[in-house]
Structures are given as structure tokens and as C-alpha cells.
Design a protein around this ligand. Sequence first.
Ligand SMILES: [Zn+2]
Length: 204
Amino acid sequence: MAKIDFPEEVKLLIAHLKRLPGVGPKSAERIAVWLIGKDGDFSNDLAKAMMLSAEMIQACEVCGFFESSGIGCRLCADTQRDAAVICVVEQPTDVLPLERTGAFKGGYHCLGGRIAPLDDITPEDLRIASLVERIADGCVSEVILGVGSDVEGEATANYLSDLLAGKFPDLEITRLAQGLPAGGGLDNADELTLYRALDGRRRL
Ligand SMILES: [Zn+2]
């Protein structure tokens, strides 16, 4: 007796869904079955949105943020921004929470990741050469390292700091402050957070 499984079309859909980040085999099956249960319009709209994004969106050659074909990069086109300050972040998605604060008016540079030897990600895999080029070409006076505070983020910040300080002695290199979360008391903070909060204290 033949072993019964999903039809081939559904197996193909599950195989594709499994390749999405954060989607395991069980979730892929669940999504596939959910999609089959939806009307054709939904699948059509989803497929169109995916095709449109894939065709129209790419990384801006200068800053690495999302750029729409025909429209260009809205960050680089914004002449109101302070070209003297660049905030370096890991991913283009990191720009959005910083923008929502409304506190930063400079430019950005998205590295496309961070140095992670265990995942085979070396400095050459990141958009570091274009950052150096940008600083060398322009009127950049400060680079803010807005990379993560975990081990790989620290390694990336240290690498960039050494590299940029060596190449541009007059460049101010800063790091986003790390410390206590807003609204949190000391009793809830872990040791590393407290250590960094003490280390990064500022005069009032
Ligand atoms: Zn750009």
C-alpha cells in the first residue's frame, strides 16, 4: 500500500516555505494548508507583492538602505540630512527604529551584517569598503557605530573603530550608549547591562 503524503504541488509549496527565515517544517506545513484554504485572490496578491518587491527593491549602492527602482534611495536623496554624521548599522531594517525616534538627522550606512567568524562572515563580506570610500570622499566628521551590543556586534564595532581611526585620524568615532532600559529599575538589570551603564555614565 502506497504511503499517503501531501500532493506534489503542496510538497513543493512546503519546500519553498521551509526556506523562509524562522519557518520550520511544521510551520511550513501549517502556512501551506492555510494558503490552500484561502481564495485564489489572496495567493495572487501575495505572489504579486513578492514579485514586485524582488524586482523593484535593491540595496542603495551608497548607503545600503532599500532603494526602489525609478525612485532611488530616499535617504541619500534627502538634502535636509546632516552629511557630516553617519550612523553605521548592521541591517537596513535597523534604520527604521532609529528614524522613529526622530532624534537623528544624519546619514546611515548599512553594513549588511556583522563580523561573525562562526558563520563565516568576515569583514570582506560587509559593506566596509564603501563606508571607507564615503568617508574619504565626503565631509564626514563623525561616525556613530550603531551595531548590536552582543559579542559579534562588539567585534564589529572594535574592528571598524580600529580601521577608521587608522585611516582617518581626525574622524570622531562614537558608539551608541548602552545601559539601563527606560522605565527599568536597577534590580531588574543584569550584570553586563549595569557594568555598561556605569562605564557609559555621563556628567549631568
Ligand atoms: Zn542611499
